[in-house]
Design a protein around this ligand. Structure first.
Ligand SMILES: NC(=O)c1ccc[n+]([C@@H]2O[C@H](COP(=O)([O-])OP(=O)(O)OC[C@H]3O[C@@H](n4cnc5c(N)ncnc54)[C@H](OP(=O)(O)O)[C@@H]3O)[C@@H](O)[C@H]2O)c1
Length: 338
């Protein structure tokens, strides 16, 4: 049995793509005591993967040249020498772009068959947990308040918009292009969505935020965050959750935000990381699981298949071509590699 992996070949000038990754094929190795083998069935692409192909300081170190590209995966244990990881169970973990991973217990979580692979990689993982935690633990939304969400059609954005609406907020999305703004209003149900690539962006945003933004869920930073700062309500809360606008740069610029607006509205900026709330993941997943079952929360993913397509699909995702979480199937239902 052979294992295919994608490793980092070179750092991209701008967006990572096929030219930056090498295919490495090697025989699978026998297991040692305490190890198990996972057959990867589905991988989830993330904005941070593009960022980690670059060489700048962030919340997580850059990939080394020659290193396996890491990402969240869903898979099944197909061989085991670890009593806590029995054959046949499904797991999620950060196991990367490969067919088979040799793991120890602490690298994965066993997941129930109650939810699908797609649900475990999206609503019940970072895309759902991040806004659930940031809103419930930090921003504490109130019905009638206005929530502004940037990258609203992205992996985290789609759940942020839905959770804001479930909290009774007036939700304004920000996204790139009319296809995405339409998706955010018609499919997600946001009250409005503004195109940050449009010439009339600032006027459109001011118009949509007529009562001011009480909560700004900031996934992108940069000029978009600056534009929102001009439309804050008194005592607004800014949740600094991501910095997509800097991810694609080799040398991220000064991140502009006019502090005069933050000061004059007596707003508070909260830098947020989901990893600071690890102990709450199980209880948050129980609540998100209920919302999924009640169909109050819906997944909006872009699905692909085929291991070999992974680098080009990452490039498409980073350039903003897809909505929601981008998922790639690596094996069919019988476990055959795709
Ligand atoms: N704090 C935490 O705990 C936490 C957890 C997970 C992720 N994050 C961070 O949250 C951010 C969003 O993550 P995600 O996985 O949901 O990614 P995402 O929003 O799905 O990222 C892809 C999207 O980014 C947008 N984009 C690309 N370049 C942009 C630019 N220059 N300005 C504005 N938007 C741009 C594109 O949408 P458009 O077409 O609309 O431009 C693209 O579709 C990332 O920075 C990630 O690192 C934080």
């Amino acid at each position: 049995m052979q294992n295919r992996q994608f490793i980092l070949k070179s750092r991209p000038e701008y967006l990572a793509g096929p030219e930056n990754f090498d295919l490495k094929i090697s025989p699978v190795l026998p297991l040692k005591q305490g190890e198990a083998r996972v057959a990867v069935e589905m991988v989830a692409l993330s904005a941070w993967q593009g960022m980690r192909t670059k060489d700048f300081k962030n919340f997580i170190r850059p990939f080394d040249l020659g290193e396996l590209i890491d990402c969240d995966v869903f898979g099944k244990i197909i061989e085991t020498k670890c009593s806590d990881l029995p054959e046949g169970v499904s797991v999620v973990g950060r196991l990367g772009w490969q067919d088979y991973a040799v793991i120890k217990q602490e690298q994965v979580s066993i997941v129930s068959k109650e939810f699908s692979a797609e649900e475990w990689l999206t609503a019940l993982s970072s895309p759902g947990q991040t806004p659930y935690l940031a809103l419930s633990q930090v921003a504490r939304p109130m019905p009638g308040e206005t929530l502004v969400v940037s990258s609203a059609a992205g992996a985290i954005g789609v759940y942020t918009v839905q959770l804001g609406l479930l909290s009774g907020m007036r939700v304004i999305g920000i996204a790139g292009g009319s296809r995405k703004t339409e998706f955010v209003t018609t499919k997600l149900g946001a009250h409005a969505c503004v195109d940050y690539k449009s010439k009339s962006f600032k006027a459109d945003l001011a118009n949509a935020c007529h009562d001011g933004a009480n909560i700004y869920f900031d996934l992108v930073g940069g000029e978009t965050a600056d534009a929102v700062s001009e439309n804050l309500a008194k005592n607004a809360k800014i949740l600094m959750v991501g910095r997509v606008s800097a991810n694609n740069s080799n040398d991220p610029e000064w991140d502009p935000a006019n502090m005069r607006h933050v000061w004059s509205q007596e707003a508070t900026i909260y830098a947020f990381s989901r990893y600071s709330y690890k102990n709450l993941f199980p209880s948050v997943n129980a609540k998100i699981g209920r919302l999924l079952k009640q169909k109050l929360l819906k997944m909006h993913n872009t699905n692909f298949s085929g291991f070999e397509n992974t680098p080009s699909i990452l490039n498409q995702m980073l350039s903003g071509q897809h909505v929601g979480k981008v998922l790639i199937k690596y094996a069919d239902t019988k476990g055959n590699r795709i």
